[in-house]
Design a protein around this ligand. Structure first.
Ligand code: PA5
Length: 475
């Protein structure tokens, strides 16, 4: 993509918060005065992020990913070329931050039925992201791939995540039994020097590996090799993705939330959360963007769901992210959004130009209830339904705002990712919490180790046995 300044401007993502204001929502909306009362806090959050950007010790290395990866990108592009030439399938083994980003970019930027296309119409091998240990899913993946002709990208920062390591054990065993040298068919994405994948690589005599940088946590890693390698294998323009992220970074340099869309969204959400809006719905009107909601759900939930502030005082903050899809969920959840409790903020992701228009032909002329659709396009229809839903919510006094995306491409996806990462960083700074840790996730990981007999977890094992389900409460 040739990115002149004019094209960048045309591709700029914007936030329309009309339907959050008292002007349009009456007493259910927020006044400019209420917003202004948060100006100082927003400025301080902006300053915190600006001053600490790039600091590995604070896990803020993600801010620099659009700028510091030239050599890595070149290496990834070369590897992706080899993978495309050599393999029929590419499988990501990972979970959480190591899987949601690759799934999201795949769905956003590739054909919606990519794996069903003939080879000549795909830009890369068949693609799978295996982010669960459902035994059926593993078995049935093996029914559709030939492991000897598949490249497995094992992504794990710690190399200690039970799900990913169990998958690795299964795959490495199968490769060995098939007479394949494991290291020919795996690529690791992991820490530079710590963790089990580093040890495994050493034992295998060196596996092609990419580094998940020290200061980049799982959920902020999509623009690192975690996301870039799978994307490059799919033929996605990863340079444009990074340029989009850099552009959003530039747009968000202002400490005035009326000039900084990510700071504005963070401030609106912060006000809403303090006003009891404990649910944040993300509703893209695009199948291509449906997994943006999954990726965002982890980012927002794991980053903000905390019980202690940085100064040690207790708190219970966060907002439950809900994934919805326009228009599908208009016929499922929107009834609740319109008439249920006033506990939500709905964020629409609206696309201005879809990559297809899909004209609706004339027909059924004797039935006006149907024939009125003829002559329009499905693009018109989906956009009208998006507008209509925002209107209906607003009429019902429901907080909602719209992130407008001119079209879906690498550049705008990069913008969108960086926008949400910044929004999360600002919101975390406003709450004065550690946005980048996840002690709640670690607790579950350790309990799993104990249950499956990992050495060193005997005490926790005993505790878990005592906490076993009580037959007195079994109905
Ligand atoms: O955001 C996070 O840090 C987590 O969701 C991790 O990505 C997830 O738990 C997987 O961890 P790891 O990459 O160590 O396997």
């Amino acid at each position: 993509m040739k990115l002149t300044e004019e094209i960048r401007k045309q591709m700029r993502i914007t936030v329309d918060y009309t339907n959050m204001t008292d002007k349009y929502l009456g007493d259910k909306g927020y006044s400019e005065k209420a917003l202004d009362a948060h100006k100082k806090l927003a400025k301080a959050a902006h300053a915190y992020v600006a001053e600490n950007r790039g600091k590995d010790e604070l896990f803020m290395g993600w801010t620099e990913l659009p700028y510091n990866q030239d050599a890595i990108v070149a290496d990834i592009l070369a590897t992706a070329k080899l993978v495309r030439r050599k393999f029929e399938a590419f499988v990501v083994l990972g979970i959480g931050g190591s899987a949601l980003g690759p799934s999201m970019a795949f769905t956003a930027l590739c054909h919606l039925h990519y794996n069903d296309l003939p080879k000549s119409k795909r830009r890369g091998p068949k693609f799978y992201v295996e982010d669960n240990v459902d035994p059926v899913r593993m078995k049935e993946l093996l029914d559709v791939i030939d492991v000897t002709k598949t490249c497995f990208n094992v992504i794990s920062k710690s190399g200690a995540t039970s799900e990913t390591m169990a998958q690795y054990l299964i795959i490495s065993d199968l490769l060995t039994k098939a007479g394949v040298n494991i290291k020919e068919n795996v690529i690791f994405t992991t820490d530079a020097s710590r963790g089990n994948l580093v040890k495994i690589s050493r034992e295998l005599g060196g596996v092609k590996s990419y580094v998940l940088p020290d200061g980049v946590g799982g959920r902020f890693s999509e623009l690192s090799p975690v996301g870039l390698l799978p994307a490059a294998v799919l033929g996605i323009d990863i340079k444009a993705l990074l340029k989009g992220a850099a552009y959003m970074d530039k747009i968000c340099r202002s400490s005035d939330f009326r000039k900084n869309p990510a700071l504005l969204a963070a401030t609106l959400q912060y006000i809403a959360m303090n006003d009891g809006k404990n649910i944040g719905v993300l509703m893209p009107y695009s199948d291509n963007l449906r997994y943006v909601s999954d990726w965002y759900a982890q980012l927002w939930a794991e980053s903000l769901g905390k019980n202690v502030r940085l100064d040690g005082t207790p708190c219970h903050v966060g907002q439950t992210p809900v994934k919805a899809l326009g228009v599908t969920d208009q016929h499922s959840q929107v009834q609740l959004y319109t008439e249920g409790p006033f506990d939500k903020v709905v964020t629409f992701l609206s696309v201005e130009r879809y990559r297809e228009k899909s004209p609706i032909p004339h027909g059924c002329e004797t039935i006006p209830d149907v024939s009125f659709l003829g002559g329009h396009t499905m693009e018109e229809l989906i956009r009208a339904e998006n507008k209509a839903t925002a209107y209906a919510l607003t009429k019902a006094g429901r907080l909602n705002y719209t992130i407008r995306i001119p079209e879906i491409n690498e550049f705008t996806l990069g913008e969108l990712l960086y926008f949400f990462e910044l929004q999360t960083a600002y919101a975390g700074a406003m709450f004065n919490i550690d946005t980048y840790n996840q002690p709640g996730v670690e607790a579950g990981k350790k309990a799993t180790f104990a249950l499956l007999g990992k050495p060193g977890y005997d005490l926790q094992r005993r505790d878990l046995d005592e906490a076993a389900s009580d037959p007195a409460y079994l109905v």
